[in-house]
Write a protein that binds this ligand. Structure first.
Ligand SMILES: [Fe+2]
Length: 494
């Protein structure tokens, strides 16, 4: 069906846009969003004359037409005249911008596709295999999954770029299949402006984003311009998240928080910034219902504000962090969540296997189920029984070390086994009965590995007096990334 809105907007683009003769036609993207087992949506922006066509195929160089601009959503800013009649105008994109959102349906599950954007028969996207996506596996199948986790990256600094380079080099070196990208918030300092999204996110990760769907959650900095309750702002313009359970899970009715399935691994993204964190709030009620229905082997949740941290933030002292611990963590743990990924604190912190650490201040006594290293090459992985039984133990990872200046307190958080003050990211793999998370630093070294194995015969027992955490590694403050082998000029601590 031809969308009259889309047609009108595309024609408007012809009349009002800038010449593209001397610049790339794309001002953002293209990048895949809203992956499902049978579809995808490709998103890009242009300020140029363009009546685009999307072609896809399972072999690069052999793409066939999948849709022309009549089938796309074309969004413009409300200030650009007649486009204000569009159902969801862009919040604050540069004048003359058109954001195309091109849905593709009827695809095969678990299949790799390549895509290209054409204008009048001419290929506009790179003529290589970088424009690619893989549909989600058939729902209910136990497919292995590997994903990249980044937090608090949006600075456009050398540290952010080094973290990205280390990931690209790791990918090339290990030839690992990475399925998608999870961002745990603070991707566009300092207010989440459209321009900040552009130079701190899309311009930095552009090549990677062409072939990896990013599944986000909102950070407080994106909240400078975006509103969770209405789903408006540059953050919500950048992403298309599933509010109607398009990729599995329970419909949330909002892109602010949502759930989805990758085979039998269930993912939950929460908005810890500006939605109610009360137990009776809409988000908490939805979370309960979602966890009750989840038919999964593994459950992974992610949001921005960490329930446990003593690095650049303090979870005993800050209201939003306290509420996520006191109100949301009981739901998470009784729902059988295995792993919680957060950011906000600018360091890497990784916990013991935990359950029931809801008090303020947090203490480790009777809240740790396994106080060994969790490292398969150390004292061994944490063990749980198969399935997603309630209160069998949750692992917490704070991954706010993606680019912003780093810092920590004098002492580690009592439930955090490792605290490392280095820039980096986290790579998570779920395969059969094993979940592995590895911290890859900006110099390309794996600095921590933790594993959960679901092969236990009995429930883990609470430890009355667990071991103390490892002392934090790294200085109290670190502002500037210095590559390995070079001298750190900055004082290590104040
Ligand atoms: Fe933050």
């Amino acid at each position: 069906m031809i969308s009259h809105n889309s047609l009108a907007l595309a024609l408007l683009a012809i009349c009002s846009s800038v010449s593209a003769a001397d610049k790339s036609l794309f001002t953002r993207g293209p990048y895949p969003q809203l992956a499902t087992s049978t579809g995808i949506t490709i998103v890009w922006r242009t300020r140029a004359v363009m009546l685009p066509e999307l072609r896809i195929g399972t072999t690069p160089g052999e793409l066939t037409s999948s849709g022309s601009f009549e089938h796309f959503t074309a969004r413009r800013t409300i200030l650009d005249g007649p486009s204000s009649s569009a159902s969801s105008p862009l919040h604050s994109a540069p004048s003359g911008t058109t954001q195309f959102e091109a849905p593709v349906t009827g695809l095969k599950p678990g299949t790799r596709y390549y895509y290209g954007i054409y204008d009048n028969g001419k290929l506009l996207t790179p003529d290589d295999d970088s424009c690619t996506f893989t549909t989600l596996p058939d729902p209910g199948t136990s497919a292995p999954v590997t994903f990249w986790v980044v937090g608090d990256s949006g600075t456009a600094t050398a540290s952010q770029k080094a973290v990205h380079s280390a990931f690209k080099q790791w990918r090339a070196r290990t030839k690992s299949n990475v399925d998608f990208y999870v961002h745990v918030g603070d991707m566009a300092y300092t207010k989440g402006l459209d321009s900040e999204f552009q130079f701190s996110f899309f311009d930095i990760y552009g090549e990677t984003l062409r072939g990896l769907t990013c599944w986000p959650c909102i950070g407080n900095h994106e909240g400078g311009t975006a509103k969770g309750a209405t789903g408006t702002g540059p953050y919500f313009d950048a992403y298309i998240s599933p509010k109607n359970a398009e990729a599995g899970g329970t419909p949330s009715g909002t892109e602010s928080y949502y759930s989805w399935d990758f085979g039998k691994t269930h993912f939950i993204a929460l908005n810890s910034h500006d939605m109610s964190r009360k137990p009776g709030g809409q988000m908490a009620q939805w979370l309960k219902a979602d966890l009750e229905k989840a038919n999964a082997d593994w459950i992974i949740a992610y949001w921005h504000h960490p329930p446990y941290t003593k690095t650049s933030h303090d979870s005993d002292k800050e209201k939003d962090l306290r509420e996520m611990r006191e109100n949301i963590m009981p739901i998470i743990e009784s729902g059988g969540v295995d792993l919680v990924l957060t950011g906000h604190s600018h360091a890497y912190e990784r916990s013991f296997l935990l359950d029931g650490a809801y008090t303020t201040p947090t203490v480790s006594e009777n809240a740790v189920l396994d106080d060994r290293s969790g490292d398969p090459k150390g004292t061994g992985p944490y063990r749980k029984r198969p399935g997603t039984l309630p209160n069998e133990g949750t692992l917490q990872i704070v991954a706010g070390h993606g680019g912003q200046a780093l810092s920590r307190k004098e002492r580690p958080h009592p439930v955090m086994r490792r605290t490392i003050v280095e820039w980096g990211s986290v790579i998570v793999e779920v395969k059969g009965d094993t979940l592995t998370a590895a911290m890859l630093n900006a110099d390309g070294k794996v600095r921590d590995t933790v594993q959960i194995k679901k092969d236990a015969k009995s429930a883990p027992l609470r430890i009355a007096r667990p071991k103390a955490p490892e002392p934090p590694e790294g200085p109290l403050k670190l502002k500037t990334y210095v590559p390995a082998g070079q001298t750190l000029v900055e004082p290590a601590s104040p």
